[in-house]
Design a binder for this molecule. Structure first.
Ligand code: AMP
Ligand code: ZN
Length: 115
């Protein structure tokens, strides 16, 4: 739990969210400003500022983040038509919340490349 971290407050329940999945290590919830018909954020409960902050001790956690995202994409009915995972990182990556999060976007065809 990091002080003044929005997503740590969502994990603790101090700030409400629409839960999609939760276990000991991972929490997933609906993005408040969806960019696609399905837009879910998957986060580690451990506070990591961004993906490049992950260390060797986080190897299993990083794997779990991706595998739980796969489960969620499947459960949300995105597997057949496809979807996109995004981890925005830092200034050029467009990161606005500094607690590692993986976006799952799906439900429509997505443009490429990003602007
Ligand atoms: P990023 O730009 O990758 O840091 O993404 C941050 C995401 O968090 C954005 O898509 C926001 O819409 C989303 N977001 C911000 N506040 C909340 C909140 N209280 N509940 C759910 N999603 C949020
Ligand atoms: Zn945090």
């Amino acid at each position: 739990m990091a002080n003044d971290c929005l997503f740590c407050k969502i994990i603790s329940g101090d700030i409400p969210s629409t839960e999609v999945y939760s276990d000991d290590d991972i929490y997933a919830f609906r993005d408040i400003n969806p960019a696609a018909p399905t837009h879910i954020l998957v986060i580690p409960k451990k506070h990591l500022t961004d993906v490049k902050s992950a260390q060797a001790e986080d190897e299993a956690l990083m794997g779990k983040l991706l595998l739980r995202a796969n489960d969620i994409a499947q459960a949300e009915g995105l597997a057949e038509d496809g979807f996109r995972y995004i981890i925005n990182t830092g200034k050029h990556g467009g990161q606005t919340v500094f607690h590692l999060h993986l976006h799952i976007l799906g439900g429509r065809a997505l443009g490429w490349p990003p602007g």
